[in-house]
Write a protein that binds this ligand. Structure first.
Ligand code: PA5
Length: 448
């Protein structure tokens, strides 16, 4: 099997190779710190050896539970937000048919999402569409107290129980949460739901390779063993003993920190493969929550190209020169589709007749890279041999390890997220949540 690769050649210019390689000792030390568990956030390093340590029995349990849901349900709603949602969405968008919902010969349940927002219209429309359908729920919340998924679960649990009765509902609800504590754990134990554990030492944004991601992904009919094997292959080739030039996570972390020091404050993750849109969303949570601390950190943004060349393209080419671009390039599409010949040739496209659509895309990609680099946007390129579960697994682990190393190079704890509490405190105060009386008074006085 091939491996995803990293090319930093087109980032050199904004920074020199020496500036990147100056980070080598610290990057290697960061890997050691991660491996030895001696750095900040060391109680959240469970993700580091997840791919190699997940057992056949654990995978089988996930697959068998997925099979139960698949046999009973036409629709499975994955309820969760942030790290309890984005990994699944990224994999399903990347690997499912783009027009999945319209397939007439579908073999897999439709996976829908809830609890990733508080949209009343969204929840209403979801609830309406589920009426008369055989549906099930995977409720995913590490803390078990996150408002968005708790609200969605309350609504959908009732709807399911009303539709099929409590006993059947129990067979169609799976809870993925903490081993011992939290509201969801208590409820799941009370109701007797099948449960899976999110390990204590795995943070939400690093949890895609736990049942959080693996169960809904398996429900969608995707081979989770390939995903895990891909991640394991990068885990194996990323130790501190691996030469720096070959250690893609370390090299990526070093390059982005060198660029950050040179004034590049924004990293745009770009893809030329529309199915990778949610990989960008997953990556933004991973890097944004891990590094945006103590008033520092690269701002992670993402674009889908060529689509966004017709909107954000202007800014990227000509705006403030504080950005660099990391492009996910896919070597080979999964299908072949040729540009047809048209005798009238009114659109003037006959010069492309007989060529693959990907030939056009690849030249757009190359042309964009050259234009952006010429315009002062350093370019890092990650190449995926193709879009399949194995290489997506590689990509996940590559980014996760790169994030751990990069956070340490930046000098922050990459494994906490104290900043996400601020909005919750205000929201609970405004909603008069019991226990927030003092905050309620203070916030209301402020708003007078
Ligand atoms: O990175 C994180 O841990 C958070 O953003 C969580 O993913 C998100 O808040 C969901 O939390 P929970 O799974 O506890 O409901």
């Amino acid at each position: 099997m091939k491996r995803i690769s990293l090319n930093i050649g087109k980032a050199l210019g904004a920074v020199t190779k020496d500036q990147v390689y100056a980070w080598e000792p610290k990057a290697k030390a960061s890997i050691d710190t991660l491996q030895n568990g001696t750095g900040a956030g060391n109680d959240f390093l469970g993700w580091l050896h997840l791919p190699s340590s997940i057992t056949d029995a654990e995978l089988t349990d996930i697959e068998q539970t997925a099979e139960v849901l698949r046999s009973r349900c036409d629709v499975v709603v994955a309820i969760g937000i942030g790290g309890s949602y984005l990994g699944t969405k990224a994999v399903l968008e990347a690997l499912n048919n783009s027009f999945d919902l319209l397939l007439s010969d579908r073999k897999n349940p439709v996976v829908l999402y809830a609890g990733q927002n508080i949209g009343e219209d969204y929840l209403y429309e979801l609830s309406e569409i589920l009426k008369g359908k055989q549906f099930g729920l995977i409720n995913i919340s590490k803390s078990g107290t996150t408002t968005e998924p708790a609200l969605a679960f309350r609504v959908l649990k009732k709807q399911l129980e009303d539709a099929v009765g409590k006993e059947e509902a129990k067979k169609r609800i799976v809870a993925i949460t903490d081993a011992r504590k939290g509201a969801l754990r208590t409820l799941a134990d009370q109701e007797g739901y099948k449960t899976f554990v999110i390990p204590d030492n795995v943070g939400g944004r690093f949890s895609v390779l736990t049942p959080v991601g693996l169960l809904p992904i398996a429900v969608a009919g995707i081979n989770i063993r390939d995903l895990v094997a891909g991640a394991a292959s990068i885990e194996k080739t990323s130790g501190a003993d691996v030469p720096f030039a070959d250690n893609i996570s370390a090299l990526y972390a070093a390059t982005r920190n060198a660029l950050y020091q040179s004034g590049k404050k924004i990293e745009i993750l770009a893809n030329f493969h529309p199915k990778l849109h949610y990989i960008g969303e997953w990556w933004k949570q991973l890097y944004g929550e891990s590094e945006g601390k103590e008033h520092k950190g690269i701002f992670p943004a993402s674009v889908d190209l060529t689509t966004d060349l017709h909107s954000m393209g202007q800014w990227i080419q000509d705006g403030e020169r504080t950005i660099f671009e990391t492009v996910i390039s896919v070597e080979a599409p999964n299908h072949t589709f040729l540009v047809p010949d048209d005798p009238a040739d009114l659109d003037g496209l006959n010069f492309l007749a007989g060529k693959r659509v990907d030939y056009v895309n690849k030249n757009a990609e190359l042309g964009t890279q050259l234009a952006h680099v010429d315009g002062g946007v350093p370019n890092i390129k990650i190449t995926l041999p193709e879009v399949n579960a194995y290489y997506i697994g590689q990509l996940f682990y590559f980014f996760e390890l790169g994030c751990g190393i990069s956070g340490y190079l930046l000098g922050v704890n990459p494994f906490d997220q104290p900043g996400v509490e601020a909005y919750k405190k205000n929201m609970f105060a405004l909603l008069n949540k019991p226990g927030y009386e003092k905050e309620s008074e203070a916030i209301k006085a402020r708003l007078k």
